[in-house]
Design a protein around this ligand. Structure first.
Ligand code: FES
Ligand SMILES: [Fe+2]
Length: 360
């Protein structure tokens, strides 16, 4: 990477504090990127559906009767009432306003008295589709009909993820932890994307889970790939079987720009970060923990609690202090610490991230 042609100082504070800027992000960036919607286990049977809010839009994700995954804007093509709420299983989508009824493939099937309308052509009326992809069981949608597929955005990630989590197709969510942070989503995402702060701020993570001196983060398309070795076994806070498979002893994470990350802890333990940007200075971070078939696991539950009470808790103080600082008259964007050798004490990953932010 040629660091000289790129940004070498942190972004101007207004990117993180200006409500108009946030609105532009919602209409632009968040509507043009792949956004996490849910897990495939929510759409197991034909007719299963759930709704999710993306960039201020309600979206329906469903599995049609032929088993195809589909997503639509949750809006009736008659006079714009919302079609469904929450989640469930259905054979048809029936609008609660005047009972116009749609097939799960999107087409209008019937509506009371529509035949009275001269020339009414129901084949011309169809729900508005949204792009949906199944990424190793994780469902993402993109409101941009021309968006490139996820494999173009995040090259090799599917393959690497499968190597690190061989059982990924059998995973189901076991536990969700919701964390509210009083900061702009970019402050939280930047904090996640560098480990320059880890040795000082995350003693448990840095001494009980990974070896910080081996930590590195590299861009891979619009993914930031984190790699490190796990801590010496006697210092680990939980037991793992290093012989189980090739990556049993490794830590890695794949941050998918802009608001999602897959993280694998030693022992092939998959957990996810999902940031939901609420407004210019509030973000909610959802931490998801998964096990095979969703079977209860003492280790995972303990790990989720340990993670919440150490790394996550430690980060809340950092990001909220930064958000305050960004509002200070006394702050001028400082230089990023860009070490050509990269490694744990370099902020080249923040530079990549801020370039994507600027470009967006
Ligand atoms: S708005 Fe849906 S049927 Fe009228
Ligand atoms: Fe952190």
């Amino acid at each position: 990477m040629n660091v000289h042609s790129q940004l070498t100082h942190s972004l101007e504070a207004r990117y993180y504090t200006d409500p108009d800027h946030f609105k532009r992000e919602k209409d632009g960036l968040l509507a043009r990127t792949w956004q996490f919607a849910g897990h495939i286990s929510q759409l197991e049977k034909p007719g299963d559906y759930f709704t999710v809010d993306i960039a201020d839009e309600s979206i329906i994700c469903l599995r049609d009767r032929e088993g195809v995954l589909r997503a639509y804007y949750n809006v009736c093509q008659h006079r714009a009432h919302q079609l469904v709420q929450g989640e469930g299983n259905t054979k048809l989508l029936v609008c609660p306003y005047h009972s116009w009824t749609y097939e799960l493939t999107g087409g209008l099937r019937s509506g009371p008295n529509v035949r009275a309308v001269p020339g009414f052509d129901r084949s011309k009326i169809c729900l508005t589709s949204v792009r949906i992809e199944d990424f190793c069981g994780f469902l993402f949608v993109n409101l941009d009909p021309d968006a490139k597929p996820m494999d173009d955005w995040f090259p090799n990630v599917r393959k690497e993820l499968r190597a690190f989590v061989p059982q990924i197709d059998r995973l189901k969510p076991l536990e969700w932890v919701e964390i509210a942070e009083n900061c702009n989503w970019k402050v939280s995402v930047e904090n996640y994307s560098e480990c320059y702060h880890c040795p000082i701020n995350h003693p448990t993570f840095a001494t009980g889970v990974v070896k910080p001196e081996t930590y590195d983060i590299q861009p891979q398309g619009y993914c930031l790939r984190h790699t490190t070795e796990c801590q010496n076994l006697e210092r680990m806070t939980y037991d793992i079987d290093l012989e189980a498979n090739e990556h049993a002893g490794d830590y890695s994470s794949w941050f998918l720009w802009p608001l999602f990350s897959f993280q694998v802890y030693p022992g092939n333990i998959l957990n996810t970060y999902h940031w939901r940007a609420v407004d210019v200075d509030h973000v909610i971070v959802w931490r998801g923990w998964y096990t095979i078939d969703g079977v209860d696991s003492e280790t995972i539950r303990r790990l989720a609690v340990q993670d919440r009470s150490t790394t996550v808790e430690e980060d809340i103080y950092l990001v909220e202090a930064v958000q305050k600082g960004l509002r200070s008259r006394g702050y001028k964007p400082g230089p990023l610490v860009l070490d050509p050798a990269c490694g744990v004490n370099s902020e080249h990953s923040v530079q990549a991230l801020q370039n994507w932010m600027r470009e967006a």
